[in-house]
Ligand binder design. Structure first.
Ligand code: F6P
Length: 528
């Protein structure tokens, strides 16, 4: 494995960027090549991708593919899928792909399918249990964001009249308190979801839930609490004996395919959960087998490197044009920024280039009425990733057409822009009377040439969603592998946790000895 900046392709990419890459004009590129859309679009399992509105030409892609090759991406990918210890700092394999491999096909197949069968059987029993009306998942980070994203996305496959699903994550008591007020202990199932079963937020909420359950007259705790964890002993000590385990080779942010997916399975049932896994597996196979030039996660990861390290773009916006995907940006924030927000390479050497961009976004069309102004006319160029879903799960056909037209219009506007001359030639009914038309045209012009990718699904189904999430996982792996970082540890979350534990007793005692001036001042103010 070679770090990206130590390859000859990196130097060639730098020269290519300086010569022509930096000045590529999308409008001219489309005018010069009637086949650009066909040449720069790709059908992967369940996901079609239009990459043609990106600031790339064929030589750019050729060089990026050489970069992938020189960094040893195929060998790194194979090591990941084989179960080598690719998470070196924690001494772990990274095998979320094994969780969605068919029975008998992947590593640890017996263990994986044993837990899967048991978990799905339990999910079906909960679904059929008329006494359980509310299910509360208590977890945070990877033990929350995946299920919290998938459940609304697959709303069309859930049985909302049977059960309501709730998610509690924050240590802030304002999260669980209002929910508990609405629940009846006789009809509630709590799932305590924590890989480690030690996370402060989750344990605090689990204790609050158990205290409430007992004080509100709940009985048969064994029927009303379940746990999904690798730490079955700690769950048992807490008093939970219905447990579904998983393994240290499942990273938190890659765990929705494991027992952590229990709330998803309760929401959509065993058959649809298996379809979610099958969609992800189809994308795994594409990632494992497709030539790099036709490998969608690889191409997206390469574009990320191109934008981050050559164009210098520091963020990427995700705009899912499907309300069900409202939590996708939050999910992707953990997936990408916890994985690739690193500043040293695997050998511990400081990196001379940027890594994870900031990932952010909102569903379309809502984002259009908030921050799209900045995407179109702000001073920073921010690549946008649109996600369009061809077929809706509702019958409001007219609204679906409006949604899709908006989605297409935004990527078109970002690319085409509008010159000051064009703006001056138009009527602007809301402009101030008498305002200088030439100055007004400057306010009303758009630079254009702003890049975007459009991912398209036929419909948002368990299978297509599984494929879409796996696509993102492998894309994050690709850019992380080129950057030479460990995408699977998260030491950056440790310091804050440790300092919090030190500050906690000081909040009661008021002792500020040895604290920095600001923290001491804030602590005094909080206690005054
Ligand atoms: O925030 C750090 C982190 O370790 C995440 O990586 C993880 O998903 C989350 O905390 C929750 O951890 P656990 O599942 O062990 O409660």
């Amino acid at each position: 494995m070679t770090r990206c900046d130590r390859t000859s392709a990196w130097a060639e990419l730098n020269a290519h960027f300086a010569e022509r890459g930096c000045s590529l004009d999308l409008r001219q590129a489309f005018a010069a090549d009637a086949t650009r859309f066909e040449r720069f679009s790709l059908q992967a399992p369940e996901v079609f991708a239009d990459l043609s509105k990106n600031l790339v030409d064929a030589p750019t892609f050729d060089l990026l593919l050489q970069l992938a090759d020189q960094c040893g991406l195929p060998a790194q990918r194979d090591a990941l899928l084989r179960g080598d210890i690719v998470n070196a700092t924690e001494g772990r394999a990274v095998l979320h792909t094994a969780l969605r491999a068919p029975r008998g096909a992947g590593p640890f197949s017996d263990e994986v399918h044993g837990v899967l069968d048991a978990m799905l059987d339990y999910a079906e029993r909960v679904r059929a249990d008329g006494a359980i009306t509310d299910i509360v998942n208590i977890g945070i980070g990877g033990s929350d964001l995946g299920p919290q994203m998938v459940v609304p996305a697959l709303d069309a496959y859930t049985q909302p009249l049977l059960q309501r699903l709730h998610f509690v994550s924050n240590v802030d008591g304002h999260d669980i308190t209002p929910l508990l007020k609405r629940l009846d202990p006789r009809h509630t199932l709590f799932i305590v979801a924590s890989k480690t079963f030690t996370t402060q937020e989750t344990m605090a909420n689990a204790h609050a839930a158990r205290d409430w359950f007992l004080s509100a007259g709940g009985s048969h705790i064994e029927k009303h609490f379940a746990a999904t964890t690798t730490n079955v002993e700690a769950a048992a000590e807490f008093g939970i004996h219905t447990t579904f385990g998983f393994w240290d080779w499942v990273g938190g942010r890659y765990s929705l395919w494991s027992a952590i997916g229990l709330p998803i399975a309760i929401a959509i049932g065993a058959t649809h959960f298996r379809a979610l896994l099958a969609g992800a597996h189809a994308m795994d196979q594409h990632f494992a087998q497709a030539p790099l030039a036709q490998n969608l996660p690889v191409l997206l990861g390469l574009l990320d490197v191109w934008y981050r390290n050559f164009h210098g773009f520091t963020s990427r916006s995700v705009a899912p044009y499907h309300q069900g995907l409202k939590r996708l940006p939050a999910y992707l924030q953990q997936l990408e920024m916890e994985s690739n927000g690193k500043r040293v390479d695997v050998a511990g050497a400081a990196l001379p280039y940027g890594t994870s961009p900031v990932v952010w976004g909102e569903p379309g069309t809502n984002g259009q009425h908030a921050y799209f102004q900045m995407l179109h006319q702000g001073t920073d160029v921010i690549p946008v990733e649109f996600i369009a879903v061809k077929t809706a799960a509702h019958t409001l056909a007219d609204q679906h057409h409006k949604l899709l037209a908006n989605c297409l219009a935004q990527s078109q506007a970002l690319m085409l822009g509008k010159t000051a001359d064009e703006a001056q030639g138009e009527k602007a009914p809301t402009a101030a009377a008498g305002f200088d038309p030439a100055v007004l045209a400057k306010h009303r012009s758009f630079p254009g040439n702003r890049p975007s990718t459009t991912l398209m699904l036929e419909a948002l189904t368990p299978r297509s969603l599984g494929a879409l999430i796996a696509l993102y996982e492998h894309r994050v792996f690709t850019s992380g592998a080129l950057w030479g970082i460990n995408s699977f540890d998260q030491w950056g979350v440790e310091l804050g946790k440790a300092l919090c534990n030190q500050l906690l007793p000081r909040l009661s005692s008021g002792n500020t000895d040895g604290l920095d001036g600001s923290t001491a001042g804030l602590l005094k103010k909080l206690r005054s």
